[in-house]
Every structure is written in C-alpha cells, then in structure tokens.
Design a protein around this ligand. Structure first.
Ligand SMILES: [Zn+2]
Length: 498
C-alpha cells in the first residue's frame, strides 16, 4: 500500500515539473541551467525597487494626514510620568482606559449636574448609556453608597434576595407570555396552580405514572381504550368531549394533533378574560371529576360538570364585582390647606418602555384657588418610584418660583412621602432625589410632606398624564390647562374651608 502511494507521488512530481520558460527577450529556454538562471534572476528582482523611479512623484500626489507637530508628538519617547499614569489607572485584568476617564465624576457635567451624553456616547454601548443616564444625580453632594435595588429601603434582606431569584427563574423558564396571562385571570389560586401543573405536565395521569413505574398501566381509567395523557384526560377522552362542545371550546382545526400547551395558548389567544376564566374552571372541574371517578368511584354526568363550571364562573365574577364597588365608592377628597400655607399637589406618570416620566404640579391656596400649575416631562427615569420622587422636587421648585413660603406638599406615592418624613438617612436608589427634596424644603419657612390617596390628587394626576404627550415643560400662572379645569372646580366645591 505504502509503495503504491509513493509511486503515485513520483508520477505527480514527474507531471508537475517545468519543461520550458520564456525570458525577457522572448527566447524559449529548455536546458536545466538556463531555466535555473532565469527563475533565480526573476525572483531576486521581484522585491527590489528596480524600475520604480517614479516613487517621489507618486508620494507628491498623496496629501499628508499627519501634521508635522503630530508626527513629532508621536515620535518622541514616552516620559516617566506618562508611563506611571498609564500603569496607575490600569485595571488588574484590563488594558489602560481612555485618557482622561478615570472616575465616574469624569462623566458628569456641572451646573446643572448632569451626565455628559457626548462622553457616554463615545465610550459606552446603547444599553449601558440607558442604564447610566437613568442614575439619578443629586444637587447636594453626597458620599457614594452601594445600595440594594430589591428593597425600598435599599438594604439587602434574604426575603428580597429570594424574590429577585424567583422572579429571575420564572422569567427564564416562562419564556411564553402564556404564564403571565394565566396569573392575570381573576380566579382562585388553586385553579391557576392546577392549570400551571398541566402546562408543565406535572399531573399524575396514568401515562405519567406508568412512565415513572408507579402505575402498572398507562391506559385511561375512564374509557379503558387510550393512553391517559394530559391531552386525553382533559380533552380527548370520550367521557369529556361533550363538555367542550357544550361550552363552545373546539379543538381548533389549525392546531389539530397538538399538545396541551399549544391548545391552551390557542384558546387564550382567542378568548377574552371571561372566557379564559370559564376555560380554567372547566379544566379544573374535569380533572376533579376524573379523580372522583377513579378514587371514590363517583361518576359525574357531563352536563353536571358543565353546569357546575358555569355556575362557579358566574359566582367568581359576581364576587369580584361586588368587591370592586366599595373601592370605587371610597371617596377621599382634596382638602384645602390652612392659611397661610398653600398646598402643592404632585403626581407622576411613567412609561416603562421609553423610561420617560412626566411630573404634574398644582399649587392652591386656602380658598382652593389655583396659584399655578405645570407639567414637566423628563427622560432617562429608572422607575415609577424615581418618577414620583422627581415630581416632589419639581413641585417644591415650582412653589419656590411662585414665591410661596409656607407649604404642604401632597403626593399619592406613599414610598416617597414616607422617605421624606423619615428622619433616617435614605439608602435606596431614590437617595439623590430624597436628599435634594429635603434640602429644598429648608428654603421655605415651613414645609410639610403629606400622603393623599389618588382621589385627593386628581388635578396633579391629570397634569402628569397631559405631560406624557408633551416634549416640553408647560406652566400656567393662576390657571390650569382646560382639561383639568372641571377637576379643580370639583375639588373646590367638595372641600370645606378649614
Ligand atoms: Zn379516556
């Protein structure tokens, strides 16, 4: 074998050899010595500058990019200080950073303090720029502090750590929005949990038990004909098919022969909330009825299971409606401040997809008369809590500009008001806003912070919503925009003078 390959290589070498060459004068050369001499002279002349006498003319036509001073700067040797600085600012595992950027403060602009967007855009990617620029900056100088975002107080707790971990796990496992939609249905948790187990195939059907060697057969205990999969037990078993026909939930033609998960997703995608509720109850009722038959030997009529499910759905709907009535009828009205104080009502609207927020502010005196109102849109806001805290700052600033001296500031954000009233140094993500608001409060003769439910904060809420549709700040002196006028009048009518 080896000999055969060697023979082939010899043949290839024989066929690959050069038989003749043509030199620069056009002579055909055949002898081995002529071939060698011509090839040698060709290759030795290939990398020389012979024949390139026009190089200076070519270079004259190329305009220089590096100036003489730049060239001098590039060519001079590194100084001791330059080498030392480069080494000092180098991360142990990274190359030296961009010149001039050593601290976070290098990315800030002063008066007013803000992120230098030009520098951010030059050195960070879009996602990082969004995160960095949404970090609130305080006017008041504060020590840097590491805060935990999982708790409103900014301090780590096992509970919040666990919660973050779980939400992360759930978000990863439930890539389908179907899980979120399942938990949004207003129905008893026992039903949602059972359906969630169906979606994960965590149900002790005979097929599942048999595959784990717990049951001795995978056949359906009701029809004794087919394997009892989750699809069979809920939908395909002849003993339950009639229920779905009665309820009007077909096995759609375009998703024929699909798994439970796909069928469930299809039904949810084509149903409103009421129909989703009935659907979940039917699954729960069918499984309960199956267990009654298998474990208690009680066989339920198809019509009875269907009737029970419909009645149960109706009961849940009517209970949830009756629970909503007291909430809607609960009226907390705006109240007038006691003279000489004026009341600043603030609220925020927040759009989580664009990270844009809008503050709504209205300032009224003890007669319920408007001294001024405004809405102020802002970008790069990290959370609704940050938006609410920023609205407080906007409210205080506006009242100072109006010349108010005694103020009561009302917000419907309990978190913000609690932090403002607390004497403890805030360690949360809202820390810069809280510090600024507390510092601004010192500028008034008196300044009190107070919580009010949404019903007592309707005008500020309306202004905040209006600001969402606007790109610029808008101010009204002794007035409000037309959309908020009826709310101001209603507040004035309903509030008795103190
Ligand atoms: Zn069956």
């Amino acid at each position: 074998m080896l000999f055969a390959i060697f023979g082939l290589l010899l043949m290839r070498r024989r066929f690959n050899c050069i038989a003749s060459l043509v030199d620069d004068s056009g002579n055909i050369l055949n002898s081995e010595s002529d071939l060698f001499a011509t090839a040698s002279s060709y290759f030795s002349g290939l990398f020389t500058t012979n024949g390139s006498s026009s190089v200076p003319e070519i270079l004259d036509n190329i305009s220089p990019v590096i100036s003489q001073s730049m060239n001098d700067s590039l060519m001079r040797p590194f100084s001791k200080d330059e080498v030392w600085n480069a080494l000092r600012y180098m991360h142990p595992l990274k190359a030296s950073g961009v010149q001039g950027l050593h601290y976070v403060s290098d990315l800030l602009l002063a008066e007013p303090k803000r992120w230098n967007m030009e520098l951010l855009q030059a050195h960070f990617n879009v996602a990082d720029i969004k995160l960095i620029s949404s970090i609130p900056l305080s006017v008041v100088n504060q020590e840097d502090l590491l805060v935990w975002g999982g708790e409103s107080k900014g301090e780590y707790s096992v509970r919040s750590g666990y919660r973050q971990l779980i939400s992360h796990t759930i978000n990863n496992s439930a890539s389908s929005p179907i899980f979120k939609q399942l938990w949004q249905v207003n129905c008893p948790a026992k039903i949602q949990i059972l359906v969630w187990r169906f979606l994960q195939n965590f149900i002790p059907t005979n097929q599942n038990l048999f595959s784990r060697r717990i049951a001795h057969s995978s056949i359906c205990p009701r029809c004794h004909t087919y394997e009892e999969s989750i699809e069979h037990t809920i939908h395909d078993c002849p003993s339950v098919k009639a229920i779905w026909n009665l309820a009007g939930y077909g096995w759609p033609a375009e998703v024929n022969q699909v798994c439970f998960f796909q069928w469930f997703s299809w039904i949810f995608a084509h149903s409103n909330m009421a129909k989703r509720l009935v659907f979940l109850i039917l699954i729960w009722a069918i499984w309960t009825s199956r267990n009654k038959q298998v474990h208690e030997n009680v066989k339920q009529d198809v019509a009875a299971v269907y009737r029970f499910s419909m009645n149960y759905a109706q009961e849940i709907t009517s209970v949830s409606h009756s629970l909503e009535i007291p909430q809607n009828s609960m009226t907390v009205k705006w109240t007038r401040p006691s003279a000489p104080s004026v009341k600043i009502n603030v609220d925020a609207a927040f759009n989580s997809s664009s990270n844009r927020a809008s503050s709504g502010v209205v300032v009224r005196d003890s007669n319920g008369l408007v001294l001024g109102s405004c809405f102020i849109p802002s970008g790069n806001i990290s959370s609704p809590f940050a938006a609410e805290a920023l609205a407080v700052i906007h409210g205080l600033r506006f009242a100072l500009e109006l010349g108010c001296m005694h103020v009561v500031l009302e917000s419907d954000s309990l978190t913000t008001i609690s932090k403002l009233k607390s004497g403890v140094d805030d360690c949360s993500l809202l820390r810069p806003y809280i510090a600024d608001a507390q510092s601004m409060a010192q500028a008034f003769y008196s300044c009190h912070f107070s919580f009010t439910p949404r019903n007592g904060n309707e005008v500020a809420h309306c202004l905040a919503r209006l600001g969402q549709a606007s790109a610029v700040d808008s101010y009204w002196v002794e007035d409000v925009p037309p959309q908020a006028l009826s709310l101001v009048q209603a507040d004035r009518r309903c509030s008795d003078p103190p």
